[in-house]
Write a protein that binds this ligand. Structure first.
Ligand SMILES: C[S@@+](CC[C@H](N)C(=O)[O-])C[C@H]1O[C@@H](n2cnc3c(N)ncnc32)[C@H](O)[C@@H]1O
Length: 295
């Protein structure tokens, strides 16, 4: 099962109250949602979003009798729909990235540890797959994403090897090719950065986070809290920058930063759930308009 990360920290910093409306932008397997909704007990005013059909079906099954609303969409499109409808929320949570199910099911193609198709789509309705990128893109755009999304120092060498090594049929072929190209290694598998880069590109992960932040601000009611859990520095940088642009001690700030430093997992949680190792939680509260006017 997918184990929700930083669960007690999410609850203790976001502080959900009875009756508050909750938007879970990446509801996954409902671990955070269950804990938040246990506190608010407001199902009818809350919405669960996920773009992955397996996760979405799981959520519907788990919460169906509660009267909660489900959206099978990416969180940007979901926010657009909700804004158009005039919805608003007291609590918004986004626990970004992939779920344990994505990584453990070889058929989804996210993991270099088991043989699977070059897929990596969270939403199977979209046409772009990892295979398109690996087998059809030119060396230059490949190098660009390896550098930008994987922070891969050997981006050019790997991009050229991929182009020369085509056709590449599956995840293990790609992982072996990268390992052969980069040579000996210690610690992380040498294909880790390549797989991260391709996954981010397939799912437009950074683009969606960057563009959804103003929409979540618009959906948040005064006094409402926004919590975001990120899993790599590229995402965290976008969130940190947005929070510092909208927050701080300025007279016109829109956000009050609740977590001055991002919250990370305890050694106990990391031992129990290694996926939490890289998790960072940032929380901010929307400044109450009345208070702002009174300054
Ligand atoms: C880390 S898991 C969330 C787990 C969840 N908090 C729980 O407790 O089970 C991330 C989930 O977000 C979904 N997801 C990632 N990016 C998304 C996006 N842009 N829009 C909607 N869902 C997204 C993934 O499909 C995945 O199910």
């Amino acid at each position: 099962m997918h184990e929700p990360v930083l669960l007690s920290e999410v609850i203790s910093t976001i502080k959900p109250l009875p009756g508050e409306r909750y938007l879970d932008a990446t509801a996954g397997y409902g671990g955070h949602a269950k804990a938040m909704l246990d506190c608010t007990n407001n199902y009818a005013g809350s919405v669960l979003v996920d773009r992955d059909k397996t996760a979405y079906d799981y959520l519907v099954n788990k919460f169906d009798s509660t009267g909660i609303r489900f959206l099978h969409k990416d969180f940007y499109s979901a926010a657009e729909v909700l804004i158009k409808e005039g919805a608003s929320f007291d609590l918004i949570l986004a626990d970004l990235g992939v779920s344990s199910q994505h990584l453990s099911q070889a058929s989804r193609g996210f993991s270099f540890r088991s043989e699977g198709p070059l897929d990596m789509r969270m939403d199977k309705r979209q046409p772009l797959t990892a295979s398109t990128i690996v087998n059809e893109w030119g060396a230059e755009p490949l190098e660009r994403i390896l550098r930008a999304y994987g922070e891969e120092p050997q981006a050019r060498k790997i991009a050229n090897a991929i182009v020369l090594g085509r056709p590449i049929a599956n995840t293990t072929q790609l992982a072996d090719l990268v390992a052969k190209t980069t040579g000996r290694w210690q610690g992380k598998h040498p294909a880790t950065r390549t797989f991260q880069a391709i996954r981010i590109a397939v799912n437009d992960e950074l683009g969606l986070v960057e563009s959804v932040l103003p929409l979540w601000m618009a959906l948040l009611r005064p006094g409402g809290r926004l919590g975001i859990i990120s899993f790599h520095s590229l995402e965290d940088r976008i969130i940190k920058r947005f929070f510092s642009e909208k927050g701080g001690n300025r007279y016109d700030a829109d956000l009050q930063i609740v977590t001055k430093q991002p919250i990370v997992a305890t050694p106990q949680e990391i031992a129990f759930n290694p996926r939490s190792r890289s998790a960072k939680l940032r929380v901010a509260a929307k400044i109450n308009i009345k208070r702002k006017d009174q300054r």
